[in-house]
Every structure is written in C-alpha cells, then in structure tokens.
Design a binder for this molecule. Sequence first.
Ligand code: XMP
Length: 528
Amino acid sequence: MSLITSDQEREPSILILDFGSQYSELIARRIREINVYSLVVNYLIDVEEIKRINPDGIILSGGPNSVYDSSAPICDENIFNIEIPVLGICYGMQLMVKQKGGLVSPAENKSEYGRAPITLDNESLLLKDIQDNSVMWMSHGDSINKLPENFLKIAHTDNTSHAAISNEKEMLFGVQFHPEVVHSEYGMNVIKNFVLKICKSKANWTTQAFIDESIQKIRDQVGNKKVLLALSGGVDSSTLAFLLHKAIGDQLTCMFIDQGFMRKGEPEFLMNFFDKKFHIRVEYINSRERFIDKLSGVIDPEAKRKIIGTEFIRVFEEESKKLGPFDYLAQGTLYPDVIESAGTNVDPKTGERIAVKIKSHHNVGGLPKDLQFKLVEPLRKLFKDEVRNVGKALGLPDEIIQRHPFPGPGLAIRILGEVNKEKLNCLRDADWIVRDEIKRAGLYNEIWQAFAVLLSVKTVGVMGDKRTYAWPIVLRCVSSEDGMTADWSKIPFEVLEKISDRIVNEVNLVNRVVFDITSKPPGTIEWE
Ligand code: XMP
C-alpha cells in the first residue's frame, strides 16, 4: 500500500471519462468495491494530464448521444496511443470504434433495451470466465457496422453483432452492454477482468488505507491550527468528527446547533455520545426558541426551509465568533456532490448538463462570503457507503451508521402547515413510536426512511362516548437505493396495526393514522 506524503493526493488507478451516462458514478463505485481507487472526470481531460496521473486504465462511459450527433461529446483520440488500456462502454465503445476508423450506424429496427444473453465468439482476457449465454443488460440504438483495423469481435447477441470487441495488442476493449448494472449477470467479472487482469491494478483502496492517508493529510494541512465542525448527528458529520479527532485531537471543536426540530432523544444522545463518552469537544447551542419564533405564521414549505437555513447560518456565525477564532471549517462534502459541482456533466459547447439528475437534497444557502474559513473536506472523495465503512472502522455505533437520512430542516418540514410547540411534541412522540416498532419488527435496516408526518387539519374520531377532533398522522415508509427514486415499503399488517394502535393511544391530540402508499416518482419521500 502506498501512503501519500504531505502534498500528494492519491492518484486514481482507474480514470473514468464521463460522457454523460447516468451510470458513470456507478462504474466508479463498482471498481472501488474491488478495492481499486477510481475517479470520474470530464471527457475533455487533457491527454497530458492523463499521462501525468498515469492511471492503470481508462474507462470511457456510456452517454445519451449518438457518436454522429453534431453535439456528440468527443475525447482526444490520442488517449488510444499512450499505452494505457482503455475499455469503452456503450457510447464509449462506439466512440472508440469511430475514432479508430470503424463505422457505427443506427441499428435498423434493432434498438436493444434490457436483458440479452451474449454468445462468446473469440477468446479475450476481458471475457475470461464469463459464462456463454449469460445475460447482460443492453441500452442502445446504434451498432457497429465495421470494426477498425486489428479489432476482433469477442461476443454478440441476437440483435447486436458486436456485443464485445477487443484489440489485445493495443489493449483496447469495448462492450455494448453495461457491466456495471446488477442486471448484468457476469458484469462484475468483466469489470474485474479489465481492472485486475488487464490493467493489473492493485487492490489497495481499503478503509484502513483511507483512514491512515487522511489522518496524515489532515495533520499536514491543519498543522497546529484550530478547526470548527458543525455536527448534526448524521453519519457524515459524525464520521468526520471521529476522523478529525483522531487526527488533531483537541484542536477540533464541534458545534451542535439544536434548532428544536430534531427527533426525540437525539440531542441528548449526541451530547452523551460525543462529549461525555468520547471526549470530543462539542458545544451545545440551544436555539430552540429562536427558530420556532421565526417560523410563527409560516406555512409555505420553501419559506420554512429558507428561514431555517438563514437562521442556521446566523447562529453559526454568532457562535463561531464567540468560540473562535477558528482557522478551518470542516465539511462533510461527499464525492457525488463534488462530481456534480465540478461540472463533470456539463457540455462545454452548450453549457447544458448532459446527465439528467435530480439533486437529492435541498438544503438552503451556504456560508456567507465574509465568514472567512479555509476548508477541510477529508470525505470529498468518498461515496456514502464508503463513509459508513470509515465510520464503522473508527468505532461509530450502528445507531449512527445505520441512521435513516433526516432532512436538515428536521421535523419542521414534517408538520404540514404552521409549526408550533404542541404539534412538534406530538410529532416527536409519534415519530418515536414509528421508529421503535419498525426496529422491534427487525425492519429498520431494510427501510430507507420510516417516519411520521403531522397534518394540520382536524379529523373526527370517537373515544368513549365522545367525539374527538384531532390531528391525523401519516406513516411514511420507503425503500430506496439513493433517495432519487423510492417505493413504499410493504410493511406487514401486524406492524402497521401496532403502530396505529400505539400512536392513537399514546400520543395526545391524534385520533387517526393513515399509511402513504405512493412511490417516488410521482410522489416525493417527504410531504413538503
Ligand atoms: P424528497 O422528499 O425530495 O427527498 O423525495 C429526497 C431525500 O432528501 C431528503 N430531503 C431533504 N434533506 N434538506 C435535507 O437535508 C431538505 O430540505 C430535504 N428535503 C428532503 C429526504 O428526507 C429524502 O431522503
């Protein structure tokens, strides 16, 4: 394992040139699953820069274009001459074929989408140990008509004469299918063959290597200066707190701003855990009154988010001045945010984004420009599942590692209509019962998010001989991979019954529980 020194970033072993595929990130994740460090870069990357990085291999991603579109993204064809193995996937393969002098054209009536068995034609390291007739996942309208010189067809399907191609001499390979998606039976083997056998990358991207390298890098960057971190209790900021504490000890101060919209018991848990148990210095800022006052009379969801976001920054600003001065601000920025904000997916000619992706979080604002901090962002090269692994290795408990995502504005956006203390207490109790019963039923880790929403309308009920007019609670439980799409969870009736019974019996001012059976799209996960 190579440990980086102070001013060196670890360079990726596999470089993925992004042509706008929705799967570029996924390719990187798959490669990292086999402990090889990979990064996604814009397809316009300079060949000289690639030579400097000197990766073991290059992958050209898929993309929505046809290689004959006038606006088709095209990389520098010199990348095929620098003696680094290249694998083109879908659009990436067609581009390689075109640039090497072959012919690609629209597949007449033969667009191929979905699962297709491949038939192996010729031997190649790329398809070593891939079962003949195994199913791969296709999504394309164009096909190869003529191969460039020195290329060989190594597999086909019923509809595609060139499902995989190779030029073993120049170490250039292409697949029409998507090896990175789970529906491709032997897809992972294709990736392993390319990365480990052809590129000969070393599997040294491990959690421990990341931790060791990061600690060294943080120490080199920060020196003996002071660092401030806004702790929310989520897995990213918690992992960051542990990592920084390990690197710089008491030079780290965490600030936990309690805006009053957290779940039952969370502020206490957080302070006990970080401050008391692990002696990580956490400043608890109680701003409950301040936030609730600001929300008085506000019913528009976006206005709520804006007010909470703005107020958060104000509190942060005031308190950091009181506690400071600090030289550095630590942020839990993750790799998907970096890929997006780096404009990897922006067409340089039109300025338009070429991968269609909806952002998964909607936090408002950022820090004001005049709040001068230098940034420490040790997690900026990690995917979420890698952060979890780091957190776990550093000793964070499952309670934090497996915690369901929770929106920044908290329970305030789970009360439809005006937020007040009475409703907050009510929602907090209902939410606690939901989590408690989902955990008791052993479902917590299978579910992406399970929570309660309070509607500010009164429904009629009957208790004893009396009619009641009270709030309904919505139970929302979804399964999802990344929050972008989601399905409602098929919770067993007995569990639903238990949750409903407990909420109407134990929570004041609630007389009805309803279950949300909407998937996303068209619904969203949150109710506002
Ligand atoms: P939606 O409701 O858009 O949510 O389907 C997708 C994911 O984002 C979370 N979410 C938020 N997170 N601030 C956040 O930090 C917000 O304002 C916000 N709104 C939604 C939501 O919980 C889900 O995980």
